[in-house]
Design a protein around this ligand. Structure first.
Ligand code: ADP
Ligand code: MG
Length: 677
C-alpha cells in the first residue's frame, strides 16, 4: 500500500463506500489523507445534566421526545427533551427539521454539543451538534474531526477508512523547505496531517493548523514575490507626464480636486512614466471620487496615443461611467465607447471595428469587454472599477488584450488590509482616498422600527418638496409567500397607491431589460422621478447627487458592507442626506445595524465586518475562491506577515524549488493566478 493505492483496494472499503468517496473526488490513499477536516468538534469535558452551566456545553444523553413545528413562515423549530442519569433538559434547533428523524428513530446515546443559553423564557441547549456515541472514534479525549459532506459523504465513513490508513501517515512527504520548517518552528507535514485526523489535544490541533495554514500562505506569497521579480523585468508603456494636458483637464472640472485625489493622480502619473507596467489599487470610500482620478489618468494615456478600457461590474454602472467620462473627456476631442450586452447587431459590430482601428479612445464596458471578439488597436491603460466584484481570471483576460502589459488601476471602496491585498493581488502599490470632497455633510443614519415608518415618509415628502430625490431599496423583486420580506413590485404599488400618490415613482430591478433599466436611471437622474423603488442593482457606484434619502427596507437582511454601499448612493452633494434602516420586526436591532447607524466610516465598518463575517466573504468570493485555501484565512494577518517574510528570505537567497516538486507545482499555479500578464 502506498499513497497512490486506490481506495477501493483498502480493507473495509466496499463498493458502496468506494463510490461515495469517488463522488467526493477521493480516489487514492493520498487523496484521503490530505482531505482535511473542516473543524473539530470538542466533546471533551462532557458534563452531567445536573452540572450544566450557561455557555458552551457538551452532554452525553438520550433523546426522550422530539418534534418539529412551523413557528412562522421561514422558521421551523425543532425541540427535544434530552436526558441522562442525572436529569433532563430542553434542546432547540432552528431550521434543522432532519433532527426529528435523526433522534426519534433511536434510543441510542448521543453527544450533544452547543450553547446552553436563556431563550424564550428558559434555559435550553441551542442548535447543538449531535453525534451517535457509538460512531465516534474510540478516543479517550473525544476531539472529533468533522469532514465536509460532499455529496452526502458522512464524516464517520471518512473517519473509519482513515483509521485503516493511519499507519501510512508517516509516508506523507515534507513539502516545505526544511530550513523554513526549522526557522518557523513548524510541525512536519506528516505530523500536522496526522494530528488533524487523529487529534488528541486541542493545542496540537492549533499547531497543526498553523503549520498547514502557513504552508498555504507561503506558497501564495512566494508566488507573488516571484511575480514581482518577473514584473520588474517587464517592459511597460512609457507615458511621460505632460503638465499642460493635466492642467487643462483639471481646469475644466466643476470642482476642486481634493488633496487625496491629487496625490492618487500623481502616483498614477508617475507610474505611467516608469519603464515597468503599473499595478496599482485605488482604495477610497464610497463617494470619495475615484472616477475622476481614473478619468484624469485616461486623459494622459490617450494623449500618448494609447486606448483606455474601463470595466465595471454592472450595466447600470458602465452606462453611468461612460456618460461621466464622456463629459470629462469629450471637450478634448476624446471619443468614449460603451460596450455592454445590450449593444447588439450592427451597432456592436461597428463598435468592435472602432475599438480595433482606434477610432474609440476610451472603452467603458461590463464583462463584455473581455470577450475574444474585442480587439484593441493599442490598449495602454486598464481600469477595473469595484474590482472585488471580478475574478483574477477576468482581470487577466482584459490585460491580455494588449501586446505589452498595459498599466493597471484597480479601484475599490472596500478597504483591504495590505497583508491581505498582497495575497490576493500579488505585489501591488496602493493609493488611498482618505477624505471626501470638502462640501459633504455626514449622512444621518437611523434605525427605524416598523411602527414608526410613517414619520419617515413625512420626512421624504419634505425632501421631495425641496427638490430632492429618494431611493427605496427592497431585496426582492416579487413577493415571496414564504416570508414577509418586502418586494419592489409590491412596494412600488403600495407607495403609488397610498402615501405618494402625488409624487412620481420609478421602478428598477434586475429582471428588466437593459434598455429599460437604462431609461429608468436616466429619468431618475433627470429628476423625472421623485422616488426610485429599486433592488440592490443600485448597490454599487450609482451616482445621482441630487438624491438625499435612502430607505432600506428589511435592512436586517443585508450585510454590513452592502448597507454601507447602499447608503453611499446618497451624500453625494452639498445637501444633508439621510439613510433609514427599516427593521423587519420590532426585535432588537442587530449589531450590524447599530454599527452602521453609528459610523459613516467605511474603513472602520470594514474592520467590524471582517470580525463579524471573516474576510473570505468580504474580499470577493471570486478571488478568494481561486486561492483554494483550505485552512488559512485571509484574516490571519500575523501568519501572513510571517509567511511573507519567509518567502522573501527564499527569493533573496535564490532558493531552488526543483528539489521540492510539489511546492514548485503549486507555486507555479499561484504565479499564474496572481500574475499581471
Ligand atoms: P466613488 O469613489 O464612490 O466611485 P464617484 O467617483 O462616483 O465616487 O464620485 C462621487 C461624486 O462626487 C460624483 O458626483 C463626482 O462628480 C463628485 N466629486 C468627485 N470629486 C469631487 C470633488 N473633488 N469635489 C466635489 N465633488 C466631487
Ligand atoms: Mg465608483
Amino acid at each position: 500500500m502506498n499513497l497512490s493505492t486506490k481506495l477501493e483496494q483498502i480493507k473495509g472499503v466496499g463498493p458502496k463506500t468506494a463510490e461515495q468517496l469517488r463522488l467526493a473526488g477521493l480516489l487514492t490513499v493520498g487523496d484521503l489523507l490530505t482531505f482535511l477536516p473542516r473543524r473539530h468538534e470538542d466533546y471533551t469535558g462532557v458534563v452531567a445534566i445536573v452540572d450544566i452551566q450557561p455557555g458552551k456545553a457538551t452532554i452525553k444523553a438520550r433523546c426522550e421526545k422530539v418534534q418539529t413545528r412551523m413557528v412562522r413562515r421561514g422558521l421551523k423549530l425543532t425541540s427535544a427533551v434530552l436526558s441522562d442519569e442525572t436529569g433532563k433538559l430542553n434542546a432547540v434547533w432552528f431550521n434543522q427539521p432532519y433532527r426529528t428523524q435523526q433522534l426519534a428513530a433511536t434510543d441510542e446515546e448521543f453527544y450533544f454539543s452547543g450553547e446552553f443559553e436563556y431563550n424564550y423564557g428558559r434555559y435550553q441547549l441551542t442548535n447543538p451538534s449531535a453525534e451517535k456515541a457509538t460512531e465516534l472514534p474510540v478516543q479517550a479525549e473525544r476531539l472529533v474531526p468533522v469532514y465536509r459532506a460532499i455529496h452526502g459523504l458522512k464524516s464517520q465513513v471518512v473517519r473509519k477508512v482513515l483509521t485503516e490508513l493511519r499507519p501510512l501517515m508517516g509516508m506523507l512527504p515534507e513539502t516545505l523547505p526544511e530550513s523554513i520548517v526549522k526557522e518557523e518552528h513548524l510541525m512536519s507535514r506528516a505530523d500536522a496531517i496526522s494530528t488533524m485526523h487523529f487529534p488528541v489535544r486541542i493545542e496540537d490541533v492549533a499547531a497543526a493548523r498553523e503549520r498547514l495554514a502557513f504552508e498555504e500562505l507561503f506558497e501564495l506569497l512566494l508566488a507573488s514575490q516571484l511575480n514581482k521579480l518577473e514584473n520588474q523585468k517587464l517592459a511597460g508603456y512609457h507615458m511621460p507626464f505632460e503638465v499642460d494636458t493635466v492642467k487643462a483637464f483639471v481646469a475644466q472640472l466643476p470642482f476642486q480636486l481634493t488633496a487625496a485625489q491629487k496625490r492618487a493622480a500623481w502616483d498614477i502619473l508617475q507610474d505611467f512614466e516608469k519603464s515597468t507596467p503599473m499595478n496599482r489599487l485605488l482604495q477610497g470610500d464610497v463617494g470619495s471620487g475615484k472616477t475622476v482620478v481614473a478619468g484624469l489618468a485616461a486623459r494622459q494615456a490617450v494623449s500618448h496615443g494609447y486606448q483606455t478600457a474601463l470595466m465595471a461590474p454592472t450595466e447600470i454602472l458602465a452606462i453611468q461611467h461612460a456618460a461621466t467620462l464622456e463629459g470629462l473627456l469629450a471637450p478634448f476631442g476624446i471619443t468614449v465607447g460603451l460596450l455592454i450586452g445590450s449593444v447588439k447587431g450592427k451597432a456592436r459590430q461597428t463598435l468592435y471595428e472602432q475599438i480595433s482601428d482606434g477610432a474609440v479612445d476610451v472603452v467603458v464596458g461590463t464583462h463584455a469587454l473581455i470577450q475574444d471578439t474585442v480587439t484593441f488597436k493599442q490598449l495602454g491603460f486598464v481600469v477595473i472599477d469595484e474590482q472585488h466584484r471580478f475574478g483574477v481570471a477576468q482581470r487577466q483576460k482584459l490585460l491580455s488584450k494588449s501586446g505589452t502589459l498595459p498599466h493597471l488601476l484597480a479601484m475599490t471602496a472596500t478597504p483591504i488590509p495590505r497583508s491581505l491585498a498582497l495575497t490576493v493581488y500579488g505585489e501591488l502599490d496602493v493609493s488611498v482616498l482618505g477624505e471626501r470632497p470638502a462640501n459633504r455633510l455626514p449622512i444621518i443614519t437611523k434605525i427605524i422600527s416598523p411602527v414608526s415608518a410613517h414619520t419617515i415618509y413625512a420626512h421624504c415628502d419634505q425632501e421631495i418638496a425641496k427638490g430632492r430625490q429618494v431611493y427605496v431599496v427592497c431585496s426582492l423583486i416579487d413577493d415571496n409567500p414564504d416570508n414577509d420580506i418586502k418586494s419592489v413590485q409590491a412596494e412600488y404599488k403600495r407607495l403609488k397607491n397610498s402615501i405618494f400618490g402625488h409624487r412620481q415613482i420609478g421602478l428598477l430591478h434586475g429582471k428588466m431589460k437593459p434598455s429599460e433599466k437604462d431609461q429608468v436611471m436616466r429619468d431618475f437622474k433627470a429628476q423625472k422621478y421623485d422616488i426610485l423603488v429599486s433592488t440592490t442593482v443600485v448597490e454599487v457606484g450609482v451616482d445621482v447627487p441630487n438624491a438625499t434619502v435612502m430607505i432600506i427596507e428589511n435592512a436586517d437582511q443585508f450585510g454590513l458592507s452592502q448597507l454601507h454601499q447602499l447608503r453611499g448612493r446618497v451624500g453625494r452633494s452639498e445637501h444633508q442626506s439621510y439613510c433609514y434602516l427599516m427593521m423587519s420586526s420590532t426585535n432588537k436591532p442587530s449589531q450590524r445595524l447599530r454599527e452602521i447607524e453609528k459610523s459613516n466610516d467605511g474603513f472602520y465598518l470594514a474592520e467590524v465586518d471582517m470580525q463579524l463575517r471573516g474576510p473570505g466573504e468580504i474580499y470577493g468570493k471570486a478571488q478568494h475562491g481561486a486561492l483554494n485555501l483550505q485552512i488559512a484565512t485571509l484574516g490571519d494577518t500575523q501568519l501572513i506577515a510571517r509567511a511573507q517574510k519567509a518567502a522573501k528570505r527564499c527569493t533573496d537567497t535564490g532558493m531552488d524549488l526543483e528539489a521540492l516538486p510539489d511546492l514548485a507545482h503549486r507555486v507555479q499555479y499561484y504565479q499564474r493566478l496572481t500574475t499581471l500578464n
